[in-house]
Unconditional design. Structure first.
Ligand SMILES: [Zn+2]
Length: 512
């Protein structure tokens, strides 16, 4: 009869087996150190980096070695072959360390032709600059097994898929693809990681200075580009000019102010000229001129300006506020907040500054004093602004703002009695004019005529033409009357005639 083991016995046996396995030295422990045999550009000094302690051990061949544990789980091999086509998509840290330390051999063979009678050539290992300088593409690695080329650093450090990670064997247009790859930001990032690791492994000994220099040069170039693009953004924003046109093509007459200024500056500035050349030669896909980049720059600059202004207000400590509401084009109510502060600098003088910022609040139905006051309180909290430092408040004469019981003014004074309320002078003057106009019969009829003229002539500005071009307006009205009569439009003809006759009776306008 077969003896069945109890659960406890099974667990005991399993634990004993686990302990035994744990006490065994790892397979890599038995691997013999190997003398470096292949041609590498990286020194092979022992490194102090504890993560790379196994780097002095090598397998005899380049075949993959897999460690298999007793429970059947396969641990990825530390030592990968020299051929990049055999490397996994995601390499482990240990594999990366080993490959970077080993470096790779530049394959120089009679490269095979493909079906289109094209093949890889040794020339691709070098990059020729516009000034004639030649740099070796130290990152380009040829795979003998797959007849493909790879980017060594992108293969090891990259995370996004790219043709040079998967292997490239389309030889047609390879020069252009290589150029595009070596100038893209993803490659720079991987290249930098490669250099850093290599430097660490080599214990600060010689690294490829030429490549580093090239990389550094490229970084300086892109910084200079960004600086110029920021300047264009500032220039257009400060003048309130539109950025975009009806298309986004370089060289187009309707590509808007941003691209237009870029094109103009590219004529005189070497950095922008170089970028323009790269774009025209299709050497780069990254140019930082897109609509998204423009928006991002505007957003970043606005944030910076806001934070600088806020810093100024906080430094001055005391401030006053002006709040006003107005609907935007989508009929959403916008609350604008203006902060005023006074900066006194010894030896320089007194500077009264007004800082404007805007943020959407609520729909048009919800502009009650309470809602507006709460919106301001929230914003002040976001800005970390102390309400008790406010010394003045000013609004229009809207009931929701100024009334003494539930208006913003009253609520503010409840919290901070020192925030004195002053009605907005512009709004008050406006009200005086409206009231004044309503007290005179001539004025009432004048504005009535303006309104009728507005309807007839579809013009938004009537006062100025009436003052300076009265004769022309009367002529236009007479022509309109004739035209209406020709069309047998009696209603319009009568309206126009009565209006013309009425305007002729205005002594204060005709006296001039
Ligand atoms: Zn790359």
């Amino acid at each position: 009869m077969k003896k069945v083991k109890s659960g406890a016995t099974k667990r005991r046996e399993k634990a004993a087996a686990r302990e035994e396995i744990a006490n065994h030295p790892k397979l890599t422990h038995f691997l013999k150190p190997l003398v470096q045999t292949r041609s590498v550009s990286i020194p092979t000094e022992t490194t102090n980096n504890s993560d790379c302690h196994y780097l002095n051990t090598r397998v005899e061949s380049d075949r993959l070695i897999c460690e298999s544990t007793s429970n059947g789980i396969t641990i990825p091999p530390i030592f990968l072959s020299d051929d990049p086509s055999e490397w996994p998509d995601i390499v482990s840290d240990a594999q990366r360390c080993d490959l970077v330390k080993r470096g790779f051999k530049k394959i120089e063979i009679d490269f095979p032709y493909n079906l289109e009678r094209r093949r890889f050539s040794l020339n691709y290992y070098n990059r020729k600059m516009k000034n004639g300088e030649i740099f070796e593409r130290t990152w380009l690695i040829y795979s003998l097994n797959s007849n493909k080329v790879f980017c060594f650093c992108c293969k090891l450090f990259g995370i996004i898929s790219s043709p040079f990670r998967q292997g490239m064997n389309t030889w047609e247009g390879l020069s252009k693809k290589l150029k595009e790859h070596e100038t893209c930001s993803a490659h720079f990032k991987c290249f930098e990681q490669w250099m850093t690791l290599r430097k660490g492994i080599a214990n600060q000994t010689t690294i490829d200075e030429k490549q580093q220099k090239l990389f550094h040069k490229e970084r300086i170039f892109w910084r200079a580009v960004l600086e110029k693009i920021l300047d264009i953004t500032l220039f257009l924003s400060a003048r309130n000019l539109a950025f975009r046109g009806s298309d986004t093509a370089i060289g187009s007459k309707s590509n808007g102010n941003f691209l237009g200024v870029f094109e103009l500056l590219a004529k005189y500035n070497t950095v922008l000229n170089e970028l323009m050349q790269r774009i025209q030669d299709k050497e780069t896909k990254e140019h930082y001129l897109s609509n998204d980049t423009q928006n991002e720059l505007i957003r970043l600059l606005a944030r910076e300006i806001k934070s600088k202004n806020l810093f100024k207000v906080k430094k001055a400590k005391y401030y006053s506020i002006i709040l006003d509401c107005t609907p935007d084009v989508s009929h959403k109510e916008q609350l604008s907040i203006i902060l005023r502060s006074v900066t006194c600098t010894p030896g320089v003088g007194i500077d009264i500054s007004e800082n404007f910022s805007l943020f959407p609040v609520v729909s048009v139905n919800d502009t009650t004093g309470k809602r507006l006051f709460n919106a301001f309180l929230n914003q002040a909290k976001n800005w970390d602004l102390n309400i008790l430092d406010c010394r003045g408040q000013s609004y229009d004469n809207g009931a929701n703002m100024k009334v003494k019981v539930k208006g913003v003014q009253a609520r503010f004074l409840e919290m901070n009695p020192k925030a004195l309320y002053v009605p907005c002078a512009n709004h008050s003057l406006n009200l005086v004019i409206v009231d004044g106009a309503l007290s005179s019969i001539s004025a009432i009829s004048f504005f009535g005529v303006l309104s009728r003229l507005y309807t007839l002539l579809s013009s938004s500005k009537c006062v100025k033409p009436l003052r300076f071009y009265l004769k022309e307006i009367i002529e236009a009205l007479e022509n309109l009357e004739e035209h209406a009569l020709e069309k047998r439009d009696g209603a319009t003809a009568t309206k126009v005639r009565s209006l013309t006759e009425y305007i002729r009776t205005w002594p204060f306008l005709l006296s001039n």
